[in-house]
Design a protein around this ligand. Structure first.
Ligand code: F3S
Length: 413
């Protein structure tokens, strides 16, 4: 691999042991993936900020790096942790577990990581520009940055993201290059479905796309529009059921002003028609309806925007969450503060909902609750929580989720 003079100096140890080690890892990765050079990055986002992901090994690695004086070289943000730092006792997190997450927070602080604790750093703290190269992990953030913003990052693994942050560069391959960004599999949304495309169809469409393409680049044609929150929900589902890191939606995302542009002038490997029946079938896979009681409702995955908080508050105003149900809304600290200022938090808390800030159902230890049945409007939660929380899962629209929290059971999607 071609290395600049500065990169050679880093590898010789002239910039310290953490940088030498980080670049060595990145060069190995680049060589394995056929990269001919490195590319400088504007920012990094770290997924092993959570104790659930980092574990004791992560604490050991971070402690060693901090002892060697490691500092991040570019703007670097943290993904959700495994606790709500202000309310972990309310969520029945064991004291010892919380202490280990707090230790990780201290170590990341020492390296200069911005303690954002969110999977939506692109909304406030770490906002990339079109065409900028990044070194990000967190599947839902990676797919948003690539697809909706048009920035360029591979889906980095835990610790490789930190290596990128420490040296401010990553190997140039995959989604950093034009060739890697060409659409490969075409999904054609039927006109009758597109004409009546409900908000809660975005997660199952993403889930279906992810299942089919794995890590290929899908192109979706036929949709007439999508909000930023709908694109976030679609991408997170596709990145969970598959490994989608970039998608194009023709006429909607920035590198897909036309079908030709989305396909990079080539032909798709496969064309897949999508109608109402495919969406219905996928929603069943994500969690079949049942009239059994539910005990937990999870919304705000990926972390809720202020628009979503406004919507939740409107749906819950003057209502009361059922006594046997926990309604938890995941968000970051800035959205929490804004929701407080705008009076939404007051409405939500009066209704009995709980805000889960800087973490989520999927990242926290929830064994003490003994939950059996979770309802969610998120494709990513639908994919992961049966394993991580150990619950049966039901997928439903945001309205139906909030209705379930009030009624104690799901009464339709
Ligand atoms: Fe974010 Fe947790 Fe969902 S990290 S994307 S709220 S699973």
């Amino acid at each position: 691999m071609f290395l600049t003079g500065e990169e050679k100096r880093i590898l010789d140890g002239a910039c310290g042991e953490p940088q030498r080690l980080a670049l060595r890892v990145l060069v190995k990765l680049g060589e394995a993936c056929g990269a001919e050079r490195m590319v400088e990055i504007a920012s990094a986002h770290l997924v092993a900020s959570s104790y659930q992901i980092a574990g004791e090994a992560g604490i050991e690695i971070y402690s060693q790096l901090v002892a060697q004086g490691a500092k991040v070289k570019v703007r670097t943000t943290s993904d959700p942790g495994s606790i709500d730092f202000a309310r972990w006792r309310e969520f029945k997190t064991p004291e010892q577990y919380a202490a280990r997450q707090i230790k990780i927070a201290e170590l990341l602080d020492a390296m200069g990581v911005i303690p954002t604790w969110t999977c939506t750093p692109y909304t406030t703290f770490n906002v990339p520009r079109f065409g900028e190269h990044l070194g990000w992990s967190e599947s839902s953030a990676v797919v948003f940055a690539n697809s909706v913003i048009g920035a360029r990052t591979n889906r980095l693994a835990a610790y490789v993201d930190l290596c990128g942050a420490l040296v401010g560069r990553v190997p140039y391959f995959g989604l950093h290059c034009d060739e890697g960004r060409r659409g490969q599999v075409l999904f054609e949304v039927a006109p009758d479905l597109a004409a009546d495309f409900a908000d809660h169809y975005f997660p199952p469409l993403g889930y279906l796309v992810g299942q089919v393409v794995g890590d290929k680049v899908p192109v979706i044609v036929g949709l007439r529009g999508a909000s930023s929150d709908q694109l976030k929900a679609f991408g997170a589902a596709s990145a969970a059921s598959g490994s989608v890191a970039l998608y194009h939606m023709v006429g909607i995302t920035p590198e897909a002003r036309s079908l030709e542009e989305a396909l990079g002038g080539g032909k798709p490997l496969q064309k897949i028609p999508v109608g109402k029946a495919e969406i219905e079938r996928t929603m069943e896979q994500m969690g079949a309806l049942t009239d059994e009681p539910v005990d937990v409702v999870g919304i705000g995955c990926p972390h809720a925007s202020i628009d979503q908080m406004r919507r939740y508050a409107a749906l819950l105003e003057g209502k009361r969450v059922h006594g046997g149900v926990q309604l938890w809304i995941c968000a970051n600290v800035v959205v929490e503060e804004m929701a407080r200022k705008m009076g939404y938090l007051d409405i939500l808390e009066r209704a009995g909902a709980k805000l889960m800030v800087g973490t989520c159902h999927n990242d926290c230890p929830l064994d003490a609750w003994g939950f059996k049945r979770l309802v969610t409007d998120s494709g990513k939660f639908a994919y992961y929580t049966p394993t991580t929380v150990g619950t049966q899962c039901i997928f439903a629209s945001t309205e139906a989720c909030i209705h379930a929290a009030i009624a104690g059971k799901v009464e339709g999607r």
